[in-house]
Ligand binder design. Structure first.
Ligand SMILES: Nc1ncnc2c1ncn2[C@@H]1O[C@H](COP(=O)(O)OP(=O)(O)O)[C@@H](O)[C@H]1O
Ligand SMILES: Nc1ccn([C@H]2C[C@H](O)[C@@H](COP(=O)(O)OP(=O)(O)O)O2)c(=O)n1
Length: 235
């Protein structure tokens, strides 16, 4: 039986939220590796649901149909930072959920409130299981610091300027941050964040949440900044 969301989370939980391209996934994974903790990519869970809806021809404009699909979702997600494999019904969708067709449709499923309630219960269970197994877990998304794990001892909002986020995603997707590549990336970053911010607040830190602005940090600097916050909380 899934744990009630109110149940105490096992292990030391590091909750990280932020907009697209702020470095949540890459930084969280490296922090988890360094600490020997588990890693939970909650965005991958919404992406897996979007993938499942598309493959089952579920009407993404119908919240009830999307909610029913979420109840049936045969999801398995790995919490090893070196192998965060995502499978749906036994199919490895780890790479497929990063495709543009998923990025452009994922907000439609993430915007359905009953889906978010279901995900919150599942995410708390996964966080607790990984925390119990590894002593701690780094969980990242849009509402981890506020809704999924507001009780976590470390809560961080990872931000970066729109310019920096666009350049990073553009380089990742197109191998370049020239004007054309940045423009081609804009819809994936700016428009999606706008849609996602209708259901979660991830541009301003909630009370007790530490903001880390990575605009002028390189990747290693961002990892160090997060580890410093964790170290201070554990001292
Ligand atoms: N501080 C940083 N400086 C430069 N590049 C970064 C930094 N953090 C992440 N990146 C790079 O930016 C891209 C997007 O990071 P990612 O972790 O996927 O962000 P998010 O999960 O917030 O969308 C990746 O290619 C990553 O390697
Ligand atoms: N806790 C979460 C995590 C992600 N989401 C939504 C918002 C995003 O558009 C999608 C995909 O998230 P993901 O973190 O993979 O997206 P980015 O890699 O940051 O671009 O899921 C959410 O609503 N709540």
């Amino acid at each position: 039986m899934p744990s009630a969301p109110e149940d105490h989370l096992s292990g030391f939980v590091v909750a990280i939220d932020g907009p697209s391209g702020s470095g949540k996934s890459s930084v969280s994974k490296q922090v988890a590796r360094t600490l020997g903790y588990g890693y939970l990519d909650t965005g991958a869970m919404y992406r897996a649901l979007a993938w499942w809806c598309l493959s089952e021809n579920v009407d993404l404009t119908d919240p009830e149909a999307v909610t029913a699909a979420a109840h049936r979702l045969p999801l398995s997600i790995g919490t090893d930072p070196d192998d965060p494999t995502v499978t749906v019904g036994g199919v490895d969708v780890t790479a497929a959920i990063r495709e543009t067709r998923i990025s452009t449709n994922v907000s439609a499923v993430a915007g359905v409130i009953p889906v978010r309630e279901l995900m919150r219960v599942l995410q708390r269970r996964l966080i607790s299981e990984a925390g119990a197994a590894d002593g701690g877990v780094v969980a990242e998304g849009r509402d981890i610091t506020t809704v999924v794990a507001p009780d976590a001892p470390v809560r961080i909002l990872l931000t970066a300027s729109e310019e920096a986020r666009l350049a990073r995603r553009s380089t990742e997707l197109h191998g370049d941050a020239d004007e054309a590549s940045v423009e081609a990336t804009r819809a994936q970053i700016v428009d999606r964040d706008k849609a996602d911010s209708a259901v979660s607040e991830f541009s301003v830190a909630a009370d007790g949440v530490t903001t880390i602005d990575t605009s002028h940090l390189d990747f290693e600097g961002s990892v160090r900044a997060v580890l410093q916050v964790v170290g201070a909380a554990q001292a």
